[in-house]
Design a protein around this ligand. Structure first.
Ligand code: DAH
Length: 337
Protein backbone atom coordinates (compact mmCIF):
# COMPACT_ATOMS: atom_id res chain seq x y z
CA UNK A 1 0.00 0.00 0.00
CA UNK A 2 2.78 2.39 0.95
CA UNK A 3 4.44 1.77 -2.45
CA UNK A 4 1.22 2.61 -4.26
CA UNK A 5 0.90 5.86 -2.31
CA UNK A 6 4.49 6.81 -3.13
CA UNK A 7 4.00 5.99 -6.83
CA UNK A 8 0.86 8.15 -7.09
CA UNK A 9 2.67 11.04 -5.43
CA UNK A 10 5.64 10.86 -7.81
CA UNK A 11 3.40 10.62 -10.86
CA UNK A 12 1.21 13.50 -9.74
CA UNK A 13 4.27 15.64 -9.00
CA UNK A 14 5.77 15.25 -12.45
CA UNK A 15 2.47 15.69 -14.30
CA UNK A 16 1.60 18.83 -12.37
CA UNK A 17 4.96 20.45 -12.89
CA UNK A 18 4.73 19.72 -16.63
CA UNK A 19 1.27 21.33 -16.98
CA UNK A 20 1.33 24.35 -19.27
CA UNK A 21 -2.15 25.81 -18.85
CA UNK A 22 -4.98 26.07 -16.33
CA UNK A 23 -7.25 23.72 -18.27
CA UNK A 24 -4.85 20.79 -18.17
CA UNK A 25 -4.14 21.56 -14.52
CA UNK A 26 -7.85 21.25 -13.80
CA UNK A 27 -7.91 17.89 -15.59
CA UNK A 28 -5.11 16.75 -13.29
CA UNK A 29 -7.09 17.83 -10.23
CA UNK A 30 -9.95 15.61 -11.40
CA UNK A 31 -7.54 12.78 -12.25
CA UNK A 32 -5.95 12.73 -8.79
CA UNK A 33 -8.37 14.32 -6.35
CA UNK A 34 -11.73 13.85 -8.11
CA UNK A 35 -14.52 11.66 -6.78
CA UNK A 36 -13.33 8.78 -8.95
CA UNK A 37 -9.70 9.88 -8.94
CA UNK A 38 -6.51 8.06 -8.01
CA UNK A 39 -6.57 9.10 -4.35
CA UNK A 40 -10.24 8.12 -3.98
CA UNK A 41 -9.37 4.78 -5.55
CA UNK A 42 -6.69 4.20 -2.87
CA UNK A 43 -9.17 5.18 -0.14
CA UNK A 44 -11.44 2.49 -1.59
CA UNK A 45 -8.71 -0.09 -1.07
CA UNK A 46 -8.49 0.76 2.67
CA UNK A 47 -11.58 -1.39 3.25
CA UNK A 48 -9.72 -4.56 2.37
CA UNK A 49 -6.84 -3.95 4.81
CA UNK A 50 -6.64 -5.65 8.21
CA UNK A 51 -8.26 -3.36 10.83
CA UNK A 52 -5.00 -2.60 12.67
CA UNK A 53 -3.44 -1.19 9.45
CA UNK A 54 -6.33 1.08 8.58
CA UNK A 55 -5.50 4.15 10.77
CA UNK A 56 -1.88 4.30 9.55
CA UNK A 57 -2.70 4.11 5.82
CA UNK A 58 -5.72 6.33 6.31
CA UNK A 59 -3.53 9.10 7.61
CA UNK A 60 -0.90 8.46 4.88
CA UNK A 61 -3.62 8.88 2.28
CA UNK A 62 -4.84 12.08 3.88
CA UNK A 63 -1.44 13.64 3.78
CA UNK A 64 -0.99 12.49 0.14
CA UNK A 65 -4.18 14.35 -0.68
CA UNK A 66 -2.90 17.47 1.06
CA UNK A 67 0.45 17.37 -0.75
CA UNK A 68 -1.15 16.96 -4.18
CA UNK A 69 -3.52 19.77 -3.36
CA UNK A 70 -0.59 22.03 -2.44
CA UNK A 71 1.23 21.20 -5.68
CA UNK A 72 -1.91 21.99 -7.67
CA UNK A 73 -2.37 25.32 -5.90
CA UNK A 74 1.23 26.37 -6.39
CA UNK A 75 1.12 25.52 -10.07
CA UNK A 76 -2.20 27.28 -10.43
CA UNK A 77 -0.67 30.43 -8.99
CA UNK A 78 2.20 30.22 -11.41
CA UNK A 79 0.01 29.60 -14.45
CA UNK A 80 -2.52 32.32 -13.66
CA UNK A 81 0.20 34.97 -13.45
CA UNK A 82 1.47 34.16 -16.93
CA UNK A 83 -2.08 33.70 -18.26
CA UNK A 84 -2.89 37.24 -17.12
CA UNK A 85 0.03 38.70 -19.06
CA UNK A 86 -0.19 39.63 -22.74
CA UNK A 87 1.51 37.13 -25.03
CA UNK A 88 4.38 39.44 -25.92
CA UNK A 89 4.96 40.67 -22.37
CA UNK A 90 8.54 41.69 -21.67
CA UNK A 91 9.57 42.10 -18.07
CA UNK A 92 11.76 45.17 -18.20
CA UNK A 93 12.66 44.87 -14.55
CA UNK A 94 14.62 41.66 -15.16
CA UNK A 95 18.39 42.24 -15.06
CA UNK A 96 19.83 42.23 -18.60
CA UNK A 97 22.52 39.96 -19.97
CA UNK A 98 25.88 41.68 -19.92
CA UNK A 99 27.48 41.26 -23.34
CA UNK A 100 31.16 40.40 -22.98
CA UNK A 101 33.20 43.51 -23.81
CA UNK A 102 36.20 43.02 -26.03
CA UNK A 103 39.60 44.61 -25.52
CA UNK A 104 41.87 46.38 -27.96
CA UNK A 105 44.46 44.08 -29.50
CA UNK A 106 47.89 45.00 -28.07
CA UNK A 107 49.20 45.76 -31.57
CA UNK A 108 46.28 48.08 -32.31
CA UNK A 109 46.72 49.71 -28.93
CA UNK A 110 50.43 50.26 -29.59
CA UNK A 111 49.73 51.75 -33.04
CA UNK A 112 47.10 54.08 -31.58
CA UNK A 113 49.34 55.17 -28.72
CA UNK A 114 52.25 55.87 -31.09
CA UNK A 115 50.03 57.74 -33.55
CA UNK A 116 48.45 59.80 -30.75
CA UNK A 117 51.83 61.24 -29.82
CA UNK A 118 52.54 62.27 -33.40
CA UNK A 119 49.02 63.63 -33.87
CA UNK A 120 49.83 65.85 -30.89
CA UNK A 121 52.81 67.20 -32.86
CA UNK A 122 50.62 68.06 -35.85
CA UNK A 123 51.13 64.96 -37.96
CA UNK A 124 48.27 63.44 -39.91
CA UNK A 125 47.64 59.75 -40.50
CA UNK A 126 47.92 58.33 -44.00
CA UNK A 127 47.58 54.75 -45.20
CA UNK A 128 48.68 52.87 -48.29
CA UNK A 129 48.14 49.51 -50.00
CA UNK A 130 49.63 46.24 -48.73
CA UNK A 131 49.91 44.92 -52.28
CA UNK A 132 52.59 47.10 -53.80
CA UNK A 133 54.63 47.39 -56.95
CA UNK A 134 58.39 47.02 -57.21
CA UNK A 135 58.49 50.68 -58.14
CA UNK A 136 57.11 52.03 -54.87
CA UNK A 137 58.61 49.37 -52.62
CA UNK A 138 62.12 49.80 -54.12
CA UNK A 139 62.87 52.09 -57.07
CA UNK A 140 61.13 55.21 -55.81
CA UNK A 141 63.00 54.73 -52.53
CA UNK A 142 66.40 54.70 -54.19
CA UNK A 143 66.80 50.93 -53.97
CA UNK A 144 67.83 49.92 -57.52
CA UNK A 145 67.01 46.45 -58.87
CA UNK A 146 70.50 45.01 -58.43
CA UNK A 147 71.27 46.78 -55.19
CA UNK A 148 72.42 44.47 -52.36
CA UNK A 149 70.23 46.34 -49.86
CA UNK A 150 67.23 44.64 -51.49
CA UNK A 151 68.26 41.58 -49.51
CA UNK A 152 67.59 43.49 -46.32
CA UNK A 153 64.02 43.91 -47.49
CA UNK A 154 63.45 40.29 -48.44
CA UNK A 155 60.10 40.26 -50.14
CA UNK A 156 57.10 38.10 -51.01
CA UNK A 157 56.54 38.47 -54.74
CA UNK A 158 53.05 37.92 -56.05
CA UNK A 159 53.17 38.15 -59.84
CA UNK A 160 54.89 40.35 -62.42
CA UNK A 161 55.94 43.48 -60.58
CA UNK A 162 53.49 43.05 -57.72
CA UNK A 163 54.57 42.16 -54.22
CA UNK A 164 53.50 42.36 -50.57
CA UNK A 165 55.13 45.51 -49.25
CA UNK A 166 58.15 44.72 -47.08
CA UNK A 167 57.97 48.08 -45.29
CA UNK A 168 55.66 51.09 -44.98
CA UNK A 169 58.18 53.38 -46.72
CA UNK A 170 56.52 53.04 -50.17
CA UNK A 171 53.65 55.15 -48.81
CA UNK A 172 56.17 58.03 -48.62
CA UNK A 173 56.49 58.02 -52.40
CA UNK A 174 52.76 57.47 -53.00
CA UNK A 175 51.90 60.42 -50.78
CA UNK A 176 54.51 62.81 -52.21
CA UNK A 177 53.39 62.05 -55.77
CA UNK A 178 49.96 63.42 -54.96
CA UNK A 179 50.61 66.14 -52.38
CA UNK A 180 52.75 69.23 -52.13
CA UNK A 181 54.95 70.10 -49.12
CA UNK A 182 54.95 71.18 -46.36
CA UNK A 183 53.40 68.25 -44.52
CA UNK A 184 53.92 65.87 -41.60
CA UNK A 185 52.49 62.37 -41.93
CA UNK A 186 52.59 59.06 -40.12
CA UNK A 187 51.72 55.81 -41.80
CA UNK A 188 50.75 52.79 -39.71
CA UNK A 189 50.25 49.42 -41.37
CA UNK A 190 51.05 45.78 -41.99
CA UNK A 191 54.22 44.66 -43.75
CA UNK A 192 55.36 41.23 -44.97
CA UNK A 193 58.68 39.41 -45.20
CA UNK A 194 59.42 35.74 -45.90
CA UNK A 195 61.04 35.12 -42.51
CA UNK A 196 60.86 31.80 -40.70
CA UNK A 197 58.55 32.25 -37.73
CA UNK A 198 60.18 32.20 -34.30
CA UNK A 199 59.98 34.12 -31.02
CA UNK A 200 61.09 37.36 -32.68
CA UNK A 201 60.09 36.89 -36.35
CA UNK A 202 56.78 36.76 -38.11
CA UNK A 203 56.06 36.80 -41.85
CA UNK A 204 53.62 39.65 -41.20
CA UNK A 205 54.23 42.44 -38.72
CA UNK A 206 53.51 46.14 -38.30
CA UNK A 207 55.36 49.39 -38.83
CA UNK A 208 54.72 53.06 -38.29
CA UNK A 209 56.43 55.26 -40.86
CA UNK A 210 56.90 58.99 -40.53
CA UNK A 211 57.67 61.67 -43.10
CA UNK A 212 58.12 65.41 -42.69
CA UNK A 213 58.90 67.59 -45.70
CA UNK A 214 59.21 71.35 -45.95
CA UNK A 215 61.60 74.13 -46.87
CA UNK A 216 63.90 74.09 -43.86
CA UNK A 217 63.49 70.73 -42.25
CA UNK A 218 66.75 69.74 -40.56
CA UNK A 219 68.33 66.86 -38.70
CA UNK A 220 67.71 68.87 -35.52
CA UNK A 221 63.96 68.67 -36.25
CA UNK A 222 64.32 64.92 -36.68
CA UNK A 223 66.11 64.59 -33.35
CA UNK A 224 63.59 66.83 -31.64
CA UNK A 225 60.50 65.01 -32.90
CA UNK A 226 61.85 61.55 -32.17
CA UNK A 227 63.14 62.52 -28.73
CA UNK A 228 59.71 63.86 -27.82
CA UNK A 229 58.17 60.62 -29.05
CA UNK A 230 60.56 58.41 -27.03
CA UNK A 231 60.03 60.35 -23.81
CA UNK A 232 56.27 60.44 -24.19
CA UNK A 233 55.99 56.80 -25.09
CA UNK A 234 58.60 55.18 -22.84
CA UNK A 235 58.75 57.77 -20.06
CA UNK A 236 60.48 61.05 -19.28
CA UNK A 237 63.61 59.37 -17.88
CA UNK A 238 64.31 57.32 -21.01
CA UNK A 239 67.55 58.29 -22.73
CA UNK A 240 67.80 58.50 -26.53
CA UNK A 241 70.82 58.04 -28.76
CA UNK A 242 71.22 58.43 -32.50
CA UNK A 243 73.71 56.02 -34.05
CA UNK A 244 74.96 56.40 -37.67
CA UNK A 245 73.50 53.77 -39.97
CA UNK A 246 72.76 53.14 -43.63
CA UNK A 247 69.41 53.21 -45.42
CA UNK A 248 69.19 53.75 -49.18
CA UNK A 249 66.30 56.24 -48.88
CA UNK A 250 67.92 58.57 -46.34
CA UNK A 251 71.24 60.41 -46.13
CA UNK A 252 72.51 60.78 -43.51
CA UNK A 253 70.77 57.87 -41.79
CA UNK A 254 70.65 56.80 -38.17
CA UNK A 255 69.26 54.19 -35.88
CA UNK A 256 67.68 55.32 -32.65
CA UNK A 257 68.35 53.49 -29.40
CA UNK A 258 66.59 54.03 -26.09
CA UNK A 259 68.03 53.23 -22.68
CA UNK A 260 66.79 49.74 -21.82
CA UNK A 261 63.28 50.07 -20.46
CA UNK A 262 63.68 46.84 -18.52
CA UNK A 263 66.96 47.50 -16.64
CA UNK A 264 67.18 51.28 -17.08
CA UNK A 265 70.54 50.99 -18.82
CA UNK A 266 72.56 48.87 -16.39
CA UNK A 267 72.42 45.81 -18.65
CA UNK A 268 70.09 42.80 -18.67
CA UNK A 269 69.10 39.85 -20.84
CA UNK A 270 66.59 41.90 -22.86
CA UNK A 271 69.19 44.48 -23.97
CA UNK A 272 71.94 41.87 -24.21
CA UNK A 273 73.88 43.57 -21.38
CA UNK A 274 74.28 46.66 -23.57
CA UNK A 275 71.87 48.92 -21.73
CA UNK A 276 70.39 50.12 -25.05
CA UNK A 277 67.55 48.93 -27.27
CA UNK A 278 67.27 49.78 -30.96
CA UNK A 279 63.75 50.95 -31.76
CA UNK A 280 63.74 52.65 -35.15
CA UNK A 281 65.53 53.75 -38.29
CA UNK A 282 65.53 57.31 -39.60
CA UNK A 283 67.34 59.93 -41.63
CA UNK A 284 67.12 62.90 -43.96
CA UNK A 285 65.20 62.07 -47.13
CA UNK A 286 67.62 61.18 -49.94
CA UNK A 287 67.57 63.61 -52.91
CA UNK A 288 66.89 60.67 -55.25
CA UNK A 289 63.64 59.96 -53.39
CA UNK A 290 62.54 63.56 -53.97
CA UNK A 291 63.50 63.29 -57.65
CA UNK A 292 61.44 60.10 -58.06
CA UNK A 293 58.32 62.00 -56.97
CA UNK A 294 59.19 65.13 -58.93
CA UNK A 295 60.10 67.31 -55.95
CA UNK A 296 63.06 69.66 -56.30
CA UNK A 297 65.77 68.52 -53.79
CA UNK A 298 67.30 72.00 -54.01
CA UNK A 299 64.09 73.49 -52.63
CA UNK A 300 62.80 71.02 -50.07
CA UNK A 301 64.29 68.89 -47.34
CA UNK A 302 62.72 66.33 -45.08
CA UNK A 303 63.20 63.60 -42.56
CA UNK A 304 61.74 60.13 -42.39
CA UNK A 305 61.62 57.32 -39.86
CA UNK A 306 60.24 53.83 -39.55
CA UNK A 307 59.62 51.71 -36.48
CA UNK A 308 58.59 48.12 -35.87
CA UNK A 309 55.36 48.15 -33.87
CA UNK A 310 55.51 44.52 -32.75
CA UNK A 311 58.99 44.95 -31.31
CA UNK A 312 58.00 48.16 -29.52
CA UNK A 313 54.89 46.47 -28.07
CA UNK A 314 57.02 43.55 -26.89
CA UNK A 315 59.44 45.90 -25.13
CA UNK A 316 56.69 48.05 -23.65
CA UNK A 317 54.66 45.14 -22.25
CA UNK A 318 57.48 42.70 -21.55
CA UNK A 319 56.29 40.12 -24.09
CA UNK A 320 58.97 37.63 -25.07
CA UNK A 321 57.36 35.93 -28.06
CA UNK A 322 55.90 37.74 -31.10
CA UNK A 323 53.69 34.72 -31.89
CA UNK A 324 51.51 35.59 -28.89
CA UNK A 325 50.13 38.52 -30.91
CA UNK A 326 48.80 36.20 -33.60
CA UNK A 327 47.56 33.16 -31.69
CA UNK A 328 44.42 34.91 -30.40
CA UNK A 329 44.53 33.27 -27.00
CA UNK A 330 41.90 35.15 -24.98
CA UNK A 331 43.92 34.81 -21.77
CA UNK A 332 46.68 36.84 -23.44
CA UNK A 333 44.49 39.36 -25.25
CA UNK A 334 42.27 40.13 -22.25
CA UNK A 335 45.22 41.66 -20.42
CA UNK A 336 45.14 44.71 -22.69
CA UNK A 337 42.46 47.38 -22.46
N1 DAH B 1 61.89 51.01 -44.02
C1 DAH B 1 62.88 50.67 -43.02
C2 DAH B 1 62.74 49.21 -42.64
O1 DAH B 1 61.75 48.61 -42.89
C3 DAH B 1 62.73 51.52 -41.80
C4 DAH B 1 63.08 52.93 -42.06
C5 DAH B 1 64.37 53.39 -41.89
C6 DAH B 1 62.12 53.81 -42.55
C7 DAH B 1 64.72 54.68 -42.12
C8 DAH B 1 62.46 55.14 -42.79
C9 DAH B 1 63.77 55.56 -42.57
O2 DAH B 1 61.59 56.01 -43.24
O3 DAH B 1 64.11 56.83 -42.84
O4 DAH B 1 63.65 48.67 -42.07
Amino acid sequence: MLDKIKAVEVEAGSEISAATDLKSLDDLRVKYLGRKGRVAELFGQLASLPPQDKPKFGSELNSLKTRIDELLKAKQGELSVSAALPKDFVDLTLPGFKPPIGTRHPIIKTIEDICDIFLGMGFKIVEGPEIETEFYNFEALNIPLDHPSRDAFDTFYIKDKYLLRSHTSPVQARFMEKEKPPFKIIVPGKVYRPDAVDASHSFMFHQVEGLVVGEDVTFADLKGALSVFVKEYFGEKTKVRFRPHYFPFTEPSAEVDVSCIICGGSGCSVCGKKGWLEILGCGMVHPNVFKAVKYNPEKVTGFAFGMGVDRIAMLKYGINDIRLFYENDMRFLEQFK
